[in-house]
Write a protein of this length. Sequence first.
Length: 548
Amino acid sequence: MKRRLAPALLGLALIVAAAVLFTYSDGLTWFQDSWEFLMNRRDFSAAALLDPHNEHIVLFPVLIEQVLLRLFGMGSTLPEFVVLTALLLGTATLVFAYIRRRVGPWPALMAALLLLFLGPAWQDLLWPFQIGFVGSALFGVAMLLALDSEDRRWDIAACVFLAASVGFSSLGLAFVVAAAIDVLQRRRSLGWRRAYVVAAPLALYALWYLGWGHDAETHLSAHNVLVSPRFVVEGFAASLGSLLALATIADEAVGRSHWGYVLLGVLVALTVYGLARRRSVSPRLWPVLAAAGAFWFLAGFNAFPGREAYSSRYLYVGALFVLLIAADLLKGVRLNRWALLAAGAVTLVAVGFNLTPLREGRDFFRAETVLARSDLGAIEIAERTVDPSFALPPEIAGTSFLNEIEAGEYLQAVDEHGSPAYTPAQLARAPEAGRKQADVVLANALPLGIELEAAPAAPGRHCLMLSGAGETPLPLRPGVTTVELPPVGTGTIRLRRFATEYPLVSEGVAGGSTTRLFIPRDRSSRPWRLQVEAPQGATVCAATRPGT
């Protein structure tokens, strides 16, 4: 019964983790790099499947995206969240199996819990694009487990797992290093016939690199190479800090925690002391240690702002390696009941505290979802007149994570696979931040035409005199509207459509001038609303009576 309790509790933890992740991801939409796949890789061409993304091979993530896109469309990210969650749960299960072989079921359960609820790694837990990293990690751990056996069939399985790890992302190269160390270590007992475990996946990667990968964006530099040891130390410290809930997030990155460095120093000292007292070290330690070093050094070689060692996207893999290294260092050690109880208490406290950065990450993604769905809803409303090359830079979109989108490609993708955007009715009920940004996008996408003339306008067919206060906004229909200010003083013209506040403001409009507003017809019947503030009032003229 006792032997079955830890696996049973792991099963319960997997169910709880899945429930938490599905709850936190509910309603989220595509984010940042996901748009590159959706906009530029919607077919099964060699370029779509094999072109690098940054420096990574993304064969399997693109294949998964392609299949899910054809089965479920672009309207919901739920299918991708299902795949991501399955990979996360699978990785935790394999980590449990790996650590149980070395130190028993209870430490293995604690390690799996820490990994399942690793809140500081919220990007990996809540962003489906990270299927690449998590897939590489899952198949990499599967490869390590297969290498534990000296059976030829498991060597074949290890080769397949390693090829899959490499095909998900270039993180797989770290596991190639691990496999190479294993082959070298056991060459005397098992011979060189196992070299294919490394050679075959590495040859596939080399073919990809020669054909496509050599064109990948890279930030490799002499400076990065020279400072990479510091990057590696930062990475290990951040990973340790995240496992024990000693880090919090700020925007996208996990904040630096000095406790991580303190803990790293203590663990290194204890490890050196323990190794000095033991006669031998588990040979399985060196492949995992080499893989961890390869991961952090390769990341350091390509570091640039946004890819710091403590970035959320790196912490999942970093923590995974820390747990595997700890298991191999402690191989054969059996903790007594009190030590297990103390470790269990620390684990539960860390899991509880780590839910806070996970919620903060969820809140970040929810805010970005509101902006993305609002901005894209505005593009769809402006479909009749928007320029196909119209883009969403931060000053228009209100976020820097939609820069992969151009209106023409996006609208074509919507025609093929459905829309992730708010409908006009949903946009009218969206949070104010989204409605304000949608008005800004609409003004630029339609676009609204605004011309200022230093002379009175010719009388319109329908004119309305406004008082100077300008408290009551006037509904405006498609067409040309003129706003004429009297010669005295200056005025302010404000426009909004979906927003409650006025995101479009022209201040300091000179007295005696006329402002012409050109409002194109679009897919929404909701009127624009005009407010004019001028000391001496203003005259508003339109083809139809303003305010009707």
